[in-house]
Design a protein around this ligand. Sequence first.
Ligand SMILES: Cc1cc2nc3c(=O)[nH]c(=O)nc-3n(C[C@H](O)[C@H](O)[C@H](O)COP(=O)(O)OP(=O)(O)OC[C@H]3O[C@@H](n4cnc5c(N)ncnc54)[C@H](O)[C@@H]3O)c2cc1C
Length: 428
Amino acid sequence: MGGERSYTIGIAGAGVAGLASATLLAWGGHQVTVFDQFPKPRSTGSGLMLQPTGLAVLEAMGLADRICAQGALIERLFGKSHPSGRTVLDVRYEALGEGKFGLGVQRTALFELLNEAAMAAGATIVPDTKITSLRAALGGRIRIVTRWGQRSEQYDLIVDALGARSVLSPEKGHEFEYGALWTIVNWPENSPLAPRSLEQRYELAARMAGVLPVGVSTSDPVPKAAFFWSLTADAYEQWRKAPLKRWRDDVLTLWPDVEPLLAQIVSHDRMTMTNYWHRTLKQPYEDRVVHIGDSYHCTSPQLGQGANSALLDASALAASLRSSDTIEQSLTSFHQRRRRHVGLYQLASRVATPVYQSDGQVLPRLRDRIAGPLSGIYPVPKILASLVSGFIGNPLRDIGINEIKPPVVVIDEENRQEPQNGSPTAAL
Ligand SMILES: Cc1cc2nc3c(=O)[nH]c(=O)nc-3n(C[C@H](O)[C@H](O)[C@H](O)COP(=O)(O)OP(=O)(O)OC[C@H]3O[C@@H](n4cnc5c(N)ncnc54)[C@H](O)[C@@H]3O)c2cc1C
């Protein structure tokens, strides 16, 4: 059934969800055009964690080796509370058995990998296009409308991958009180920081600092770390006006070991403020528009699932188009494949956020008392490792990951041939 038809597909947004779906849909024989507001294709932001679920999608796409070569292997998520020194977060991937790990990556590295894959697959990427809305065209097809009122050609299907602030998403969602300041710095040699852990320090839930090793990028071979500091959205202006030294001293009281990272933050401009939004669409599609990635489900990054869920969405969408006869059936199928996993993780993130980022006293104090001891009692270590890995709800079963067929690249002595879309590969 299905899989025979080729559609024209317009993808709004060249982030993780947009570029991964562009690659997979172009491999499926569809004509794909991706639009983004950036003047040149690029990514913003610092680092993120790829979980075993996201890595499984990249592996099926034939991209895991490359991202693993650049990223930093993460074995453990570890957090301590100040001033008690109590362990309040301790999750080890090894609880799931050998070969399971997280990967800290620079956003640039992931973006470059996916951008290159989408272009090699034959997708067209159109930069410098600020999307404002959609317009119905003849025969149920749809056009994208840009800031200057220009209309794109008509598409059979529009994929909204515009992220947490998508102008195409039917709901805005709720903004969390706390966001965070983020930056990328050089990983300090000979430092007491753990090179294979995402580490955090908390004082209740109102103050939090974190360090994630994120490896290298193509343009810079020096290993990096992402450093983040929790901050309320309305405290940002005040933070910018205050002397940087006062903030540095504040962070150092919480976590003296980060001194070599802070020494590299020489101006307020080195830190970027990011606000977090929470939204879960009950139905992530209308007629011929489907919302994927953060546009469908955004939240705070407490559980580090966003980019991984975006990869799962992209894979589920491609599988749904392969196995359905019509676009309408594909979109229903996409929702069925993703609904349960998305629902579970959105709920878990919503519940976890006030425990780690809020002005509350009761939940963080309870956390300080029970999280450490609990994380050592069987079967809690395995449950926690499954949760952060993205495995709860068994998402890989539902997305058609085994059907992904990356193109075979044939290399002979004299000519390096271009990828052939849709060819099977012996590796799968
Ligand atoms: C600080 C922070 C830390 C995070 N840490 C993690 C982590 O450790 N692990 C993890 O898995 N996830 C993490 N996430 C979440 C993750 O970044 C997102 O879930 C993921 O990037 C979503 O991908 P996306 O493609 O849906 O959206 P995005 O990556 O946001 O891409 C959206 C794209 O749409 C474009 N766009 C937006 N509006 C317009 C417009 N009007 N016109 C044209 N183009 C437009 C943007 O330029 C962008 O390229 C973190 C998020 C933040 C903010």
